[in-house]
Write a protein that binds this ligand. Structure first.
Ligand code: FAD
Length: 494
């Protein structure tokens, strides 16, 4: 392929990783980001001495990060100072009218022993479960690390034979129930579906591969937070001459004779280039920036899709240490049917929500002032609804109470800083379809060849990267998405 000028719309991890790959090959690459900060969902902000990762906080699938850094000829450890967390996370759960807890480790023997004490026979079952997850992870990655053109790709004999080895018929909740009877063990083994933006009852069982990620690989933390990944990508991109423009929202795209001719920024600047790669929300870009006849996927298509939940996030600065918390903490509610029903069926705020709390100060001394705690509190909630100011505050109060129960501490009098981020903020800040936090969920019909393609079928110089296309949701996945769009461009552009 001859050297091209390339405009990337959106400076999320997907856009930043693509910029590095294309610039390293000698192309002239510019990234245009709507917000003040590069990183997209993996942005960062600081207030009153606290530094908050705005979105992702769990560094998972280290093999995929290494694959990417190898591909660009860099040693990942020159860029990221990674700490392995132990425990990986702490789970709080109500049982017999008390709040119990269990630490989860990336140590199969240790977890097997813990589970055995809770349910006779479950230790060996856990080992069996993990053996299958490990085997299927390898096959699953073969499916993830490739582009698809059509359903026929998926049905090719060699692919289909491998696919048969994965559990594609049943769902993860039923699959887990075959192994474990104890509710809390079931919840822990199904919890990884939160990374996929779907309910366990909608998630194909082959995503048990996430248990391999959880219990065999574990959770790492890059010092400085997950935003350090964005910082590293920008540093490498600059080495190859990438130009980065923040506060540069693309508002119009002009097309002519089957190609995107140029795009217009909010300040009126016209940008012309050979290729355009969209990291911005694919659903909103296609339906709002392109005329109907040039949309590969129309509103009708997106409206039928299952989007991941949104999030009700509280960024809180607490003026004391909270000893009961680990770096990552989960509160599993008693009645998960109610909370999943609220998210996926009834589209209301759950009465008894499950909660995730990240306290990165447990590992990183630089994210909170000495003796204080930085909390990222996340409740998955339905997407697509409006939350009134009154509802927002009463939901915040409900969440605060649960956090007080988890920590056994009074919080209200110790909150030095607090910011709430919810559905409307996802829409406003990231142009997210229906305010989804994560993009298209990983149901069976939204996996592999069933996901939207990473190229336009109507405009020959328009491509997509990020969580709505292949392979899917999560920082490691969108980094793979960058490698896939590069392959796609090499295949399509001469
Ligand atoms: C609360 C939360 C927790 C998460 N936790 C984890 C986790 O622990 N581990 C993990 O691996 N993943 C996690 N994820 C998922 C992960 O953050 C995302 O999958 C990933 O960061 C998405 O990257 P992306 O490049 O596809 O999209 P984005 O990060 O959304 O980037 C797209 C960019 O496009 C910009 N944009 C939109 N419209 C325009 C426009 N018109 N012009 C210019 N720019 C535009 C947006 O501002 C944004 O910066 C989490 C996400 C959230 C929200």
């Amino acid at each position: 392929m001859q050297k091209k000028s390339i405009s990337i719309i959106g400076g999320g991890i997907g856009g930043l990783a693509t910029a590095v790959l294309m610039a390293k090959d000698g192309h002239d690459v510019s990234v245009y980001e709507k917000n003040e900060c590069l990183g997209g969902r993996a942005s960062i902000f600081s207030e009153k001495g606290y530094t908050f990762d705005m979105g992702p906080s769990r560094y998972l699938m280290p093999d995929l990060f290494e694959k990417f850094f190898n591909e660009i000829g860099e040693n990942i450890h020159d860029h990221l100072d990674l700490a392995q967390l132990s425990p990986s996370y702490k789970v709080f759960y109500p049982e017999d009218n008390t709040l119990k807890n269990i630490n989860v480790y990336a140590d199969i023997d240790r977890m097997a022993d813990q589970f055995e004490q809770m349910e006779a026979g479950s230790g060996q079952k856990f080992r069996d479960f993990l053996k299958t997850s490990g085997e299927q992870y390898g096959i699953g990655m073969e499916f993830a690390l490739r582009n698809y053109d059509s359903l026929m790709d998926f049905l090719r004999r060699d692919v289909a034979i491998k696919g048969m080895k994965l559990n594609i018929i049943t769902t993860i909740d039923k699959y887990v129930a075959r192994f474990f009877k104890t509710p809390i063990i079931q919840k822990i083994m199904q919890y990884t579906t939160v990374f996929l933006g779907t309910a366990p009852s909608q998630t194909p069982a082959f995503y048990n591969i996430m248990s391999h990620v959880d219990f065999a690989m574990g959770v790492r933390y890059p010092q400085g937070g997950l935003h350090a990944i964005a910082t590293a990508l920008v540093k490498i991109g600059k080495k190859y001459g990438v130009h980065y423009y923040t506060d540069s929202e693309v508002v119009t795209v002009n097309n002519e004779q089957g190609i995107v001719k140029n795009m217009i920024l909010k300040d009126g600047t016209t940008i012309t280039s050979d290729l355009f790669i969209v990291n911005a929300d694919q659903a909103r870009f296609e339906t709002e920036m392109l005329p109907l006849e040039l949309q590969t996927y129309t509103k009708k298509f997106w409206n039928k899709k299952t989007f991941a939940p949104s999030g009700f996030i509280i960024y809180a600065g607490i003026d004391k240490k909270l000893d009961a918390l680990e770096h990552h903490n989960l509160y599993f509610n008693d009645n998960r049917d109610e909370s999943f029903g609220a998210i996926y069926d009834h589209h209301v705020l759950a009465d008894d929500p499950s909660i995730y709390i990240c306290a990165p100060g447990k590992t990183d001394p630089n994210v909170a002032p000495v003796g204080k705690e930085n909390l990222f509190i996340l409740v998955p909630i339905t997407n697509g609804i409006d939350i009134s100011e009154e509802e927002k505050l009463s939901y915040r109060d409900k969440i605060r109470k649960i956090v007080e129960e988890m920590t056994g501490e009074n919080l209200i009098d110790h909150i030095e800083y607090e910011r709430i981020f919810e559905i409307q903020d996802f829409k406003d800040r990231y142009n997210a379809w229906k305010g989804t936090a994560l993009g298209l969920g990983h149901t069976m019909m939204q996996t592999a060849s069933f996901r939207p393609n990473n190229y336009s079928k109507k405009l020959s110089n328009l491509f997509y990267v990020g969580h709505n296309t292949n392979p899917g949701i999560g920082v490691p996945m969108v980094i793979v998405s960058a490698m896939l769009v590069k392959e796609r461009i090499e295949e399509k552009v001469k």
